[in-house]
Design a protein around this ligand. Structure first.
Ligand code: XUL
Length: 513
């Protein structure tokens, strides 16, 4: 039995098909928006040149990509063997539809493309996506309307954030009230694509829904005060919020006829890319953390209970396999490591050697490694702050600076994520810098947990396929994790420094901050 997982992300739409019995991936394809659909004027998946922080994409591009993708998959395997489908979308992006949407989606005809048939249903021709930062004013307005940042955060799991969908909807309502009035339905990228697959209006899941500043994380339903703070009559324009285990419907005739799928394949409600990745990384249950080391570093984990970050830096989303998950972004990730490396004209080997040359705790030399405005914690420093020996503070101790940067990053990550109340058994590392054992060792020592590198690439699509298999094919998620999410052989790094080594460092770091 096959399960299909889709991943509509910023720059591409990808998919993979798993054979749940043999534990193998039987087909994999990806459509790059910029390269394969140049007519949408979005070389990197969004329309360049947006003003005032606006970043939009054309939703017809996502539909065309889906069709090219299914065509490619059809060439790779027999799609009639697919017995379960789900997917994920880039979070926060929104699609605005008029009242023709409900009929159009229910009567998709074979002789026209999806984009042709659904274009007349768009009440806003383009969709703001997660990179859009145009809504600072709307965030302030929503925050003031409900009584402060703490309240927005306690209710929705995040303070009002520019890219989140609620502030985005508010801006649309303010700038184009007539078009807002004509909007009968607002979908997320995830629920829009799910609707298309089932030929009916699909719900939004708690994972992606929590990225809107509109869903209450205690009830996992729309919060009337937040809706009111965003725009009038909003409840009527939104679909229902449902848990990730919900079957949205079955694949509609359009896809059966066009791509050779079997009739009535169940489609599990879609989720956001980060919640889907949590599942695809094999971390859907509490105890496993994922740290992705990229330009920014990202931390996410299934949470043992639903709590919001009192400091307002982190986010809480629904966990598609039940409960909730956290996500926290650290802007100064690889960009800070690289800035220190470049300051001393080091290459990455010298950077790694510097970690080997210096002891855990760095002889009492500490750094707040924030080269750019940071979101966790929310600080904007003119330059990193160094505290320690005179040479160190004057940037004359290259190796000490490298260690202080890396230790500072992960001491900070541990302290900023304390609110999640996690007890890590294992930390899964991914992203470019995850290959560096010396960095992985610092993480193992600071968190006092074993660190493993995961082999999974395409965790978003894999997570979607696993969710589909678990919801519709009776597969146990733990068994699927065992089959599909194995760590790289020999990649396990265990703590070497005793837990006391970083206690003093943690105190010193907190005091410096
Ligand atoms: C998460 C976020 C991005 C998007 C795009 O809050 O904005 O990770 O989901 O991938």
């Amino acid at each position: 039995m096959y399960a299909l997982g889709l991943d509509s992300s910023t720059q591409s739409c990808s998919a993979l098909i798993i054979d749940v019995d043999s534990g193998s991936i039987v087909a994999e394809a990806s459509v790059n928006f910029g390269e394969q659909l140049p007519q949408y004027n979005a070389p990197s998946g969004f329309i360049p040149g947006g003003e005032n922080g606006e970043v939009h994409s054309d939703p017809r591009m996502w539909l065309d990509a889906l069709e090219i993708l299914l065509n490619e998959l059809q060439g790779q395997c027999d799609l009639s063997k697919v017995r379960a489908i789900s997917g994920a979308g880039q979070q926060h992006g929104s699609v605005y539809l008029n009242d023709q949407w409900f009929t159009a989606i229910d009567t998709l005809a074979e002789n026209q493309t999806l984009a042709e048939q659904l274009a007349p249903t768009l009440s806003r021709t383009t969709s703001p996506i997660w990179m859009d930062s145009s809504t600072g004013e709307e965030c302030h307005e929503m925050t003031a309307a409900v009584g402060g940042e703490d309240i927005v955060c306690a209710k929705s799991g995040s303070i009002a954030i520019e890219r989140f969908t609620g502030p985005q909807i508010r801006r649309f309502y303010k700038n184009d009230p007539a078009a807002y009035e004509q909007t009968a339905r607002i979908h997320l990228v995830s629920s829009f694509l799910c609707s298309v697959l089932i030929g009916a209006d699909a719900p939004i899941d708690t994972g992606d829904g929590a990225g809107m500043n509109l869903v209450n994380i205690d009830t996992w339903d729309w919060d009337s005060e937040l809706l009111e703070a965003a725009a009038p009559d909003l409840l009527d324009k939104l679909p229902a919020v449902k848990p990730g285990s919900t079957i949205a419907g079955s694949l509609c005739d359009y896809f059966t006829q066009q791509y050779g799928f079997a009739a009535d394949v169940p489609v599990t409600i879609f989720t956001g890319d980060n919640p889907s990745s949590l599942v695809g990384m094999g971390a859907s249950r509490p105890g496993k953390l994922v740290v992705s080391l990229g330009t920014s570093d990202t931390f996410f984990a299934a949470m043992p209970s639903v709590v919001a970050d009192p400091a307002g830096c982190g986010h809480v989303f629904g966990n598609p396999s039940g409960g909730s998950m956290s996500l926290q972004c650290f802007v100064n990730g690889s960009l800070a490591r690289e800035a220190v490396k470049d300051k001393f004209d080091y290459d990455w080997d010298q950077f790694t050697q510097a970690l080997a040359n210096t002891p855990s705790g760095n002889d009492g030399n500490y750094m707040l490694p924030f080269f750019r405005p940071e979101t966790s914690p929310r600080v904007d420093l003119p330059a990193p702050i160094l505290k320690g020996s005179a040479a160190f503070e004057n940037w004359a101790d290259a190796d000490g600076a490298v260690r202080a940067c890396v230790e500072g990053q992960f001491l900070n990550m541990k302290q900023r994520t304390d609110w999640m109340q996690l007890q890590p058994e294992v930390i899964y590392l991914t992203g470019g810098a995850s290959k560096n054992d010396a960095i992985a060792q610092v993480i193992a020592d600071i968190f006092q947990a074993k660190v493993q590198r995961l082999l999974v690439s395409g965790s978003v699509g894999l997570g979607a396929a696993m969710r589909a298999a678990s919801n519709s094919l009776g597969c146990d998620l733990g068994t699927l994790e065992h089959r599909f999410c194995q760590p790289e052989v020999g990649s396990t790094i265990t703590p070497q420094a005793g837990s006391s080594v970083y206690q003093a460092a943690a105190q010193a770091f907190a005091a410096l901050l």
